[in-house]
Design a protein around this ligand. Structure first.
Ligand SMILES: NC(=O)CCC(=O)C(=O)O
Length: 358
């Protein structure tokens, strides 16, 4: 039966009228189902395409991987929204202290901001850059993160720092496992080149080179896709990570105050809702005297697009629970993965298609 739909009741619990749909961690109620909801038999049902022409598995090429069973079903994540100063050593010491505090509060995963060891400017990137493949004292920020992950036995997504590799500079995020080893390295793939007359002009491409790879890592707290700030504007990257089985997307980011107010929260919630997974972001704290003023508002978003926790714009450490069972719950309530129209559109994961690896 081409295109036929059968309607099956979902196994997800039914919500009743007036019941909070989502409860935020701060105890505030996000939205309520209106009292005039349709009768239960019509609510929260799952429309599944049976033998249809939808070809949902072909909407991403290669076909999506099944969601892996995560090593933990629940854990605490920390978002360390750090103040950044012109003193690199001070930035490193501050980050180390924040990581320690986060671990002390039970965080098993710590996320740092984009460019936390240097002021955010093209003039500064070459000055603060580290050769993370070099030896000895060439990479004090990198070494601190590795040492902190090992000694505190936590996973660290080390925000980003300017990286020097030969004669090139990158905006790079390093991920460390609980043994302090480097699990993955993401070089920002979409550079922040923007010109809004009278508001902000910034061209990362004046100094930085774009990375060449999407980065997804298996960690002790699940499969995590990495992007850096402007990367969040590209839904294709997030879709590709979801198709590779990500549970969580992490974006160290330093949105500016012009686009931040309009888009920062929207982008995160969209990436989470589109892909029915968790999204976490971490920004530097706002410094209105800095050459580049960051928006702040580091955030954790759940797989319904709901904001679970959000910082203000000042320095802060947010520690919140991630409950991966919500991913399956949301996906069974609204089975987007079975509703995709692979017969109408396709997103090609070029690297996975060629390598067949993760
Ligand atoms: N650091 C960045 O990539 C900033 C991105 C940003 O502000 C945007 O609007 O995009």
């Amino acid at each position: 039966m081409r295109g036929a739909l059968t309607i099956r009741p979902s196994s997800a619990p039914l919500l009743t009228a007036g019941q909070p749909l989502l409860r935020l961690s701060r105890g505030t109620i996000n939205r309520r189902i209106p009292a005039t909801t349709p009768p239960p038999c019509l609510r929260l049902t799952t429309a599944v395409a049976v033998g249809s022409a939808f070809q949902p598995d072909e909407a991403t090429v290669p076909a999506p991987l099944p969601l892996p069973v995560p090593p933990v079903s629940k854990f605490k994540i920390a978002l360390c929204q750090l103040s950044v100063t012109p003193e690199k050593e001070r930035n490193i010491a501050r980050a180390r202290k924040a990581i320690e505090e986060a671990a002390g509060r039970g965080a098993q995963l710590v996320l740092l901001p984009e460019i936390w060891n240097s002021p955010f400017s093209n003039d500064n990137f070459p000055v603060y850059a580290e050769d993370i493949e070099g030896v000895g004292d060439a990479a004090p920020s990198f070494s601190m993160l590795s040492e902190a992950a090992r000694s505190l036995q936590i996973t660290i997504i080390g925000g980003s720092i300017p990286e020097r590799s030969g004669d090139r500079l990158y905006n790079t995020c390093c991920v460390f496992g609980t043994d302090g080893k480097l699990l993955g390295k993401h070089r920002k793939i979409h550079l922040f080149d923007i010109d809004i007359p009278g508001e902000i002009t910034f061209k990362e491409s004046n100094t930085l080179t774009a990375g060449e790879h999407a980065t997804i890592v298996d960690t002790d707290v699940g499969r995590i896709g990495i992007g850096i700030c402007h990367d969040i504007r590209f839904p294709e990257l997030a879709i590709l990570y979801a198709a590779r089985g990500a549970h969580l997307l992490c974006y160290p980011g330093a949105f500016n105050i012009t686009t931040g107010s309009l888009l920062w929260e929207l982008m995160q919630r969209a990436r989470a809702a589109d892909n029915q997974l968790f999204v976490a972001t971490c920004s530097p704290a706002r410094d209105t005297g800095a050459c580049y003023v960051a928006w702040g508002h580091s955030t954790l978003v759940g797989p319904f697009g709901e904001v679970i926790a959000m910082a203000g714009h000042e320095e802060a450490i947010i520690v919140e629970e991630v409950d991966y069972s919500l991913i399956e719950l949301r996906r069974s309530s609204i089975p987007l993965n079975q509703q995709r129209r692979g017969d109408l559109y396709r997103l090609v994961d070029v690297h996975r298609l060629n390598s067949r690896g993760l």
